[in-house]
Design a binder for this molecule. Sequence first.
Ligand code: GLP
Length: 236
Amino acid sequence: MKVIQVKNAQEGGKQAFAILKEEMAKGITTLGLATGSTPETLYQEMVKSDLDFSDMTSVNLDEYVGLSGENPQSYRYFMNDRLFLHKPFKETFVPNGKANDLDAECIRYNQIIADHPIDLQVLGIGRNGHIGFNEPGTSFAVETHVVALTESTIEANKRYFESIEEVPTHALSMGIASILKSKQIILMAFGREKAAAVAKMIEGSVTEQLPASVLQTHKNVVVIIDEAAASELTNA
Ligand code: GLP
């Protein structure tokens, strides 16, 4: 893992954008994208850049079960709002949270990933070390799956909803096995509340109890963290 320490989320977004730009100049075609507050500075850099994404494909990590793309809390809405409406892509994929048959939706999404191998995957990290919506204890072997969200994740994500009762309890998420197929991964983490997860991800043992620790086994990972997120690293 290559670790880049930056001053703040703004700087982190710029660093991630610089890598993306370099990779696009080399001809990559498919981005794996994430939601949450963490990648927002990267998306701002993309939006204000003069880069053209109209030949690019994106495959998003996850979506809440039960929310349609018109729902402002859905991840499809988030992606349209923050990025795709400003910078059109050739094709964009997000799991369908309204699918009647969720198992069939997982199979469909696995096929999408197989048909569009991800060159560069962007990740954030949850406070408990989750990536996508792969909560602690999820098998590293799993591909797209239906997830029951943990209390910690529901609590962390309630800020986007009017009340905690409105936060969906389930999500569709690419699995760890899907994420590891990406040729390159950039994980970003900003803020003190991510420090413990970041330290375990980088310096702890590889364990399904801390899903992001699996990134130690991938050969092309860049971690971009600010000072607060780096504050529990012993080798910083
Ligand atoms: C959600 C998303 C993750 C994201 C995490 C952290 O659980 N499914 O992809 O990394 O939240 O969110 P934030 O970046 O807002 O801290």
